[in-house]
Design a protein around this ligand. Structure first.
Ligand code: MN
Length: 128
């Protein structure tokens, strides 16, 4: 199962990739908006999306990901250090299914990702 990580910070990209690969996931990574074309190409099972990206921010990347017909049902999980009230709504409004807070907690991160994969497989988003 392949997961796409869109994250500009090399240390975070490394940590996330390390944790996911250790648990048997295949990981592809991009450092910004180039992740949109890559997502269309590889059709990942889930996309992890950093919100603080250079140039186009994660909200805009999420909106563009959602506009791709190939990715309409792909779970998008934001990774954000923003803890202000209202951000959750903004993240969901941009098309994300949820978020994981930075700093990444190695003890819970993979479980959180797996939970979002389970929700999508059992038809969580808008299913009857
Ligand atoms: Mn970033």
């Amino acid at each position: 199962m392949q997961i796409l990580v869109i994250e500009d910070n090399e240390a975070n990209r490394y940590l996330v990739t390390f944790l996911l690969e250790k648990h048997g996931y295949a990981v592809a990574a991009a450092d910004g908006a180039a992740g949109i074309a890559l997502a269309v190409e590889i059709r990942p099972a889930l996309i992890l999306l950093d919100i603080q990206l250079p140039g186009m921010d994660g909200y805009e990347v999420a909106r563009l990901l959602r506009q791709q017909s190939e990715l309409v049902r792909t779970p998008i999980v934001a990774i954000t250090s923003y803890a202000m009230a209202g951000d959750r709504e903004r993240i969901l409004a941009a098309g994300c299914d949820g978020y994981i807070e930075k700093p990444i907690d190695p003890d819970t991160f993979v479980r959180d990702v797996a939970r979002h994969l389970d929700v999508s497989r059992t038809g969580g988003r808008g299913a009857p």
